[in-house]
Design a binder for this molecule. Structure first.
Ligand code: ADP
Ligand code: MG
Length: 683
């Protein structure tokens, strides 16, 4: 028997080549596609009593025609047809516009079903559709599906064609879900659900059908993630990194601070993962300033001390440079060699680093994603760490795998992942969370001021600089115009130099060469410069603990998570730090953002409020969010189902029998179709 996924819609009676072409535009190619083309709502033709109807509501009622119809014509095409109908013992006036042809069917004593808008005061019904029970009245009493349609594919055509498809092929719809899950959640069979969602007898039935199909959609989605995860865990071709705990202890003793309990806990989680011969795929989330870098350093050290190499990938060259220097400082006593690899390096230096990696002379390489490109080869890569939302995708993994490497992967982010994303976009990862910040950190005091108060802000800068501290002054962001951003920074820099002729003020923007940027950041780090004026190039990860003042011009132009990231550049040591937002927001949402910033400096709370203001699709920017588009499921309303589906999928894929038993064949076929498993063996 042919599968419905392989049968063209042309097999459905009434679908011509032309209609087929139009269906393609809606993504409908096969019979299965059409059966899966679900209505987005229903039109209610169920017959109701007049007493339940509110004034102005659309309603379907049944009655008996009393007396002859009255037809008034206006010009050629316009007409008004009225007649009296008794509905539930009430004499009602039915009115049709431009339906003069109905006149002869309106016969006293005949039963009629009317759909239209009810006007309580005049006891009048303006009819949009009518049917006669003695002619079948097929539509009345039902919920009619409403599809998204267009072109010559009209609503009636779509209804008719899907009905026809159900008639011809409905019985061939195969079950996908194992019985145990259907029983557990009391779900109706797949064939029934598909038939019912297109033509429910009542709304309870429609909801039950929807519930079954939503579960299926979310379960199949989670099955892919969980299968990937379970496969990954069970394979033994990763690098087992076993390091002498004494080496780690020794390293920790050389740190200038005591690790927080949170840091100790996540380090243990990570080292336990690395010890296994399967591949680690772990997300480390922790608010800005919570101390993720040192956690990464310990993991990298473990890789190196067990005879492998490590890579640290970051989104910008400034960060690469900063991490490179801090790792060099940290690893100096341990005798670990750290190299830098970025896009703007000279060919000669690049060749040296590449040779060092290939021969194993370089233990750790820090860089932008140039690290993973073709042409970069390691002697034995044991661990890849990615910093700041730089997602290490399945693709990058398979590039490495093709090179014969299968390293552990640790992904670090300062943007706390909301629950919806954690379970969808990041559902294939294990998660560690840094809950506390290092001791002695004071909350960052955040103020929101109007532009008119710039003088006071300048006074603030003076005070902090006199106390030996440093400041950032961030320029407004002009969307889609890097050039204007740069000009803004240059202008503000001049203005600041005039206001503070005695201070050293640096300038940082995207048009500077990598070398120039590094030089500005180095001077700022070494406290040779009192303040830097910058575009958002400093946004992520930059760490200069002596800086205590973050001023953001036109702050309403930034999103909440970006503002929080920027604010996170201060408050990185024991000094009291401040964030000043200069803004005169015109929009409600702009004011709301300023309020959130002044009310909390907890990243989890900021991200929660951000999500409230924007919705999940927008969270990381649509492109990167990784939140899939679901056909039926609604991430907010169906979240509980998503969680159940995840647990079910994780449970199922962790069982040996899932990969062998015949009852799971259909599910394994679904998995096999996924690109996710390219290069992986699924038998
Ligand atoms: P983030 O999580 O934002 O990447 P970093 O790793 O850059 O944070 O750490 C922020 C600052 O806190 C750094 O200057 C780092 O040296 C310092 N730090 C990290 N852990 C601790 C700790 N346990 N106690 C004190 N300072 C710490
Ligand atoms: Mg960081």
């Amino acid at each position: 028997m042919m599968k419905l996924e392989e049968l063209s819609v042309r097999q459905i009676k009434g679908v011509s080549a032309q209609k087929e072409g139009e269906l393609h535009a809606f993504g409908v190619h096969t019979v299965a596609d059409l059966l899966g083309y679900f209505p987005f709502r229903y039109e209610d033709y169920r017959i109701r009593g007049l007493t339940e109807v509110k004034d102005g509501e659309k309603v379907t009622v049944q009655g008996k025609i009393m007396g002859d119809p009255l037809l008034q014509r206006y010009g050629k095409a316009k007409s008004r047809l009225t007649c009296k109908v008794v509905v539930d013992g009430v004499l009602v006036t039915a009115v049709w516009f431009n339906r003069h042809f109905l006149q002869e069917q309106i016969v006293p004593g005949r039963d009629i079903i009317l759909t239209g808008k009810w006007e309580q005061r005049r006891l009048q019904l303006t009819v949009s559709e009518s049917e006669f029970p003695d002619r079948g009245a097929a539509r009345s009493g039902t919920l009619q599906p409403v599809y998204s349609v267009g072109g010559s594919l009209t609503q009636p055509w779509m209804r008719k064609t899907i009905k026809q498809a159900l008639l011809q092929f409905g019985p061939m719809v195969e079950e996908l879900l194992p019985t145990e899950l259907m029983d557990k959640h009391r779900l109706m069979p797949r064939a029934e659900a598909i038939a019912r969602i297109h033509a429910p007898d009542d709304s309870t039935e429609g909801q039950a059908a929807r519930r079954r199909l939503v579960y299926e959609e979310l379960f199949l989605f989670q099955l892919k993630l969980q299968a990937y995860r379970s496969l990954n865990r069970s394979r033994k071709d990763g690098v087992a990194i076993a390091v002498d705990p004494e080496i780690i202890r020794q390293f920790v003793r050389t740190l200038p601070f005591e690790l927080t309990d949170s840091q100790k806990k996540v380090i243990n989680e990570i080292l336990a993962d690395m010890r296994k011969p399967s591949c680690m795929n772990r997300l480390l989330q922790g608010d800005v300033g919570s101390g993720k870098t040192v956690v990464a350093a310990v993991a990298l050290l473990a890789a190196v001390k067990s005879g492998h190499q490590g890579a640290l990938m970051v989104p910008t060259e400034i960060l690469a440079d900063q991490h490179m220097r801090s790792l060099q400082r940290l690893f100096e006593p341990a005798g670990v060699q750290v190299g830098l690899l970025t896009g703007s390096m000279t060919e000669r230096r690049r060749r040296d680093v590449l040779a060092g990696l290939l021969m194993g002379l370089t233990d750790i390489v820090v860089g932008t994603h140039a690290i993973i490109q073709e042409g970069v080869n390691f002697r034995s890569l044991g661990l890849v760490v990615t910093d700041e939302q730089h997602r290490f995708g399945v693709n990058q993994r398979s590039i490495l795998r093709r090179k014969g490497m299968n390293p552990d992967v640790l992904t670090m982010t300062a943007t706390p992942i909301p629950r919806t994303l954690a379970i969808t976009a990041f559902g294939d990862m294990d998660v560690s969370t840094l809950r506390e910040r290092p001791q002695g950190r004071k909350p960052i005091k955040t103020y929101w001021v109007k532009h008119g108060m710039l003088e006071r802000v300048l006074g603030f800068i003076r005070r902090e600089v006199d106390a030996g501290r440093q400041a950032y002054f961030i320029c407004p962001l002009i969307e889609e115009s890097d050039k204007l951003d740069v000009q803004n920074a240059i202008d503000l820099h001049i203005q600041m130099q005039q206001a503070f002729p005695d201070l050293a003020i640096g300038l940082l923007h995207g048009r500077l060469s990598a070398g120039e940027k590094d030089e500005v950041m180095r001077a700022f780090s070494d406290n040779e410069v009192h303040m830097i004026v910058a575009t958002t190039v400093v946004e992520v990860g930059v760490d200069v603990p002596n800086a205590t003042l973050m001023i953001i011009m036109d702050a309403e132009r930034f999103g909440l998570s970006q503002l929080h990231q920027l604010r996170g550049r201060v408050g990185r040591a024991e000094h009291q730090s401040f964030c000043v937002l200069i803004a005169d927001p015109k929009s409600e949402i702009g004011r709301e953002r300023m309020k959130v910033m002044t009310e909390t400096d907890d990243g989890f709370e900021v991200s929660r409020r951000d999500l409230e203001l924007r919705g999940p699709g927008d969270f990381f920017g649509t492109k990167q969010s990784g939140v899939p588009e679901f056909k039926l499921a609604d991430m907010a309303a169906d979240f509980a189902v998503l969680e159940e589906a995840r647990d079910d999928a994780a449970d199922l894929t962790s069982r040996e029998t899932f990969w062998t038993d015949a009852i799971y064949t259909r599910l394994r076929e679904v998995l096999q179709k996924e690109q996710l498993f390219q290069g992986d063996l699924l038998d």
